[in-house]
Structures are given as structure tokens and as C-alpha cells.
Design a protein around this ligand. Structure first.
Ligand code: RIB
Length: 304
């Protein structure tokens, strides 16, 4: 089985639900509080693993109860966590999430803690893992100097890179040339390119912009509209699946994890996007982030 290395964040998600999302300065009585494993990197690793990929998770956690919880979680899932770093001083990162229980929309603030303390020595110590992978998946929730170093190691060894640029930050053009697949949503595409993604034409222009910077395959995720793909042979949409939404948190992560799993199985880019759209659709029908990632048999059944 092909090996996916996910170099990214783990955060404990602390999630409150309410009848709407409060405005700045407003205190709102909510209806439910839950907590569980999250972080974009970790969610994507879980999604890829449940979709059938062989996943190695690389992240950094604190020496605290949240750190212990996630190690147990990876063991229960069967995810290789032998290269999860433990920080002696920083706490495990957390995400404060508010969910509107009527629309499923959310607001998220993350405090990355140990995840912003991954050192270059840490990355160097796992360079053989990266070099021996069939794909490296990164996001933007871990400190970027560590992320860039992981990308450089992969790039030098010809390991394809998939980057989910979330939460979006501008990066030097030289890093775009290392990326085989980039998967921003509309807001992230706008931040990266400076092009307002408010129409089909502008979404195309944003995709073209990233493609011209050297990314081999640009996949802009459009929520209920599906995804827009631009590469040297394809220029068009793969539609989403329509389902009843319970909680959209982590839908992008479900897409990314399933997309990587699909590509590693040998699916073409549009087949992998369709497979990942199904994974994302199933994830929004359940509450939570990592726990809402669908299993392969659910995706296969849904696609039938
Ligand atoms: O994409 C959803 C994730 O974003 C949450 O799990 C939260 O931890 C933040 O990283």
C-alpha cells in the first residue's frame, strides 16, 4: 500500500453549539458542548486512513491530558503515531469552535501551542520518513519554517506534495513550484492570489494564477458547488453531492484526506475529486471533526 505522510496540526477541538453565531461583544446561551480530536493535519490524516490510505502522522503535542487523549485515539484508529513529537514546555494546541446548529456554519479560533514549536531539528530527524513516502500532505497550521523544510525534503526526493493552504497565508513563489496539488477554498484562493473569487470567471482566474506560479494541479473547493480543477489538461468543475447538513466543520479536511487516498490508489484527478466530494458530503451529515470522517465502506456505499 502507498504511504501518505501527513505533516500537520493536532488540536483538541472544544466545540460549543448555539442557535446562531454570536456577534462580537455578545454573550449567547448555547445548547451543547463537546470536545474531541481535531486540527486540520490530524483530521486529514484520519480521513485518508479511514478512506484506505496507509498514513503516518507527524505533529507535536504537549505533555498534558489532551496529548494523551490523541495518542490513544491514533492507537484506536490504527494510525502510525511513532513520529509524533512531544514538547516538554508547550501545551497541546486547542481550537475553539462555535457551530450554528441551524445552518451548520462555524467560527474557529486556534491556539496552536506545541504545533507552532516544531523545530528544524525535529523535521531533520524524520527526513527519512518523508523521503520514503509516496506523498507528503501539509497545511498551514504548523509553523511555516518547519512546513517549508518538510516540503523541501520531499521535493528533493521527488515525493509529490499536496498542500491544503489553510488557514491561508502568503508564501514565496518558490514554494508554489514544489506543490503538485493545492486545495484552497474560495476564501483561501482569494487570500493567496488577491483575486476576488466572487464569480465563476474570477475563480477560474484565481486557479490560473496559482497554476502559472508553478503548482501542477489547482483544486479550488467550492462547498456545495463542488470543486474547480485546473491543470495542464483539465479546466472544469467536479460537482458536489447534496446531503442534509448537520455540521460543516472538517468538511474540507474530509475532502483533502479522501482526495489524497484516492490519488494514492491510482485514481485520476477528477475521479479522486469525485471520491473526495463523497467523503466531504458524508462528513457534514455527522457532528464533530475527526469523528465525522467517513469510513471507506460508507463512501463506496454512498457512491453506488
Ligand atoms: O478544519 C477544521 C479544523 O480546523 C478543526 O478541527 C480545528 O481544530 C481547526 O484546526
Amino acid at each position: 500500500m502507498k504511504k501518505l505522510t501527513v505533516f500537520g496540526s493536532f488540536f483538541e477541538d472544544l466545540c460549543g453549539k448555539g442557535p446562531y453565531l454570536p456577534k462580537p461583544g455578545e454573550t449567547l446561551i448555547g445548547t451543547e458542548f463537546t470536545y474531541g480530536p481535531g486540527g486540520k493535519g490530524s483530521n486529514q490524516a484520519v480521513a485518508a486512513h479511514r478512506a484506505g490510505a496507509d498514513v503516518m502522522m507527524i505533529t507535536k503535542i504537549g505533555k498534558d491530558p489532551y496529548g494523551k487523549l490523541v495518542l490513544d485515539f491514533y492507537d484506536n484508529e490504527g494510525i502510525d503515531r511513532s513520529h509524533v513529537f512531544i514538547d516538554e514546555n508547550k501545551a497541546t494546541g486547542i481550537a475553539l469552535i462555535l457551530v450554528d446548529e441551524n445552518t451548520g456554519e462555524n467560527l474557529i479560533l486556534v491556539a496552536p501551542g506545541a504545533c507552532h514549536n516544531i523545530k528544524t531539528e525535529d523535521v531533520q530527524s524524520i527526513q527519512d520518513m518523508i523521503k520514503n513516502s509516496d506523498m507528503l500532505m501539509v497545511q498551514m497550521e504548523v509553523n511555516m519554517d518547519a512546513t517549508f523544510l518538510a516540503m523541501e525534503i520531499a521535493n528533493e526526493s521527488g515525493v509529490p506534495i499536496i498542500m491544503n493552504p489553510a488557514p491561508a497565508q502568503k508564501i514565496d513563489d518558490k514554494y508554489y513550484r514544489m506543490i503538485d496539488y493545492i486545495t484552497p477554498n474560495e476564501i483561501e484562493a482569494e487570500i493567496l492570489t488577491g483575486i476576488k473569487t466572487d464569480s465563476e470567471e474570477n475563480i477560474k482566474a484565481a486557479a490560473e494564477n496559482l497554476f502559472k506560479k508553478g503548482v501542477r494541479n489547482v483544486i479550488i473547493t467550492l462547498g456545495k458547488q463542488g470543486v474547480y480543477i485546473k491543470n495542464s489538461i483539465m479546466n472544469g468543475k467536479v460537482p458536489a453531492y447534496n446531503v442534509k447538513t448537520v455540521d460543516t466543520t472538517g468538511a474540507g479536511d474530509a475532502f483533502n484526506g479522501c482526495f489524497a487516498a484516492g490519488l494514492l490508489e491510482g485514481m485520476t484527478i477528477d475521479e479522486a475529486a469525485d471520491f473526495a466530494n463523497a467523503g466531504a458530503a458524508l462528513s457534514v451529515t455527522k457532528p464533530g471533526t475527526a469523528p465525522s470522517m467517513p469510513y471507506r465502506k460508507e463512501i463506496d456505499k454512498f457512491l453506488k
